[in-house]
Design a protein around this ligand. Sequence first.
Ligand SMILES: O=C(O)CCC(=O)C(=O)O
Ligand SMILES: [Fe+2]
Length: 203
Amino acid sequence: MTTFERDGHIIVPNFLLPQALSSLLAMVDSCPYRVNHQRPPIASMNPLTIAGSGSEARFKQIIRGEILRANQTIAAMYSTVASIATVLIGRALEPAPLEYWDSSLNCNIYERPGDHQGWHVDTNPVAALVFLASPPDVGLIVEVNEDNVQTVIPKPGDLVILDGTKPHCVSPIANERRINLSFNLYPPGEYSRPSQTDSLLYA
Ligand SMILES: O=C(O)CCC(=O)C(=O)O
Ligand SMILES: [Fe+2]
């Protein structure tokens, strides 16, 4: 069994150097198209429950795909994290075409106290999360199985490769922001076809 299979995630520390981290954060902060967005449940909620958690509310903000696409660093990063995940996990993984940005990449911004994500699994089998901000007391909780629940607390600049098929949630933030770029990865040719979601939300 690989580390990824055992833990449901792998952390690559310091994937971003400090300068890249600050310029990406500046890009996110200057982005004029930031929108509030409460995304519908991605695939299904966790069938297992853990006492004390399990709120279904999701808080998410997505930066418009156009802005992310216009940023060449982020487009390059998408291919890079796909290659890194392929090597680390030992399974071919690739980006979704950017024109299907509902299936491809996203920016999660948790900024109001209490912002969090409820238990869910992703439609994409693997996600690569590049952390631009990450409070030291906020966990990404991954339930690999009933006996193995992992709490992942990344540092800013870290890359987390996540098994999107395992139920996971993000605990509520207090006052410090939590921001990641989230890249959806798929086996070759298997990305989700574009849904109506983009046109409904961003027409
Ligand atoms: O913000 C995180 O750490 C996880 C985000 C997530 O699970 C998602 O966007 O589907
Ligand atoms: Fe997720």
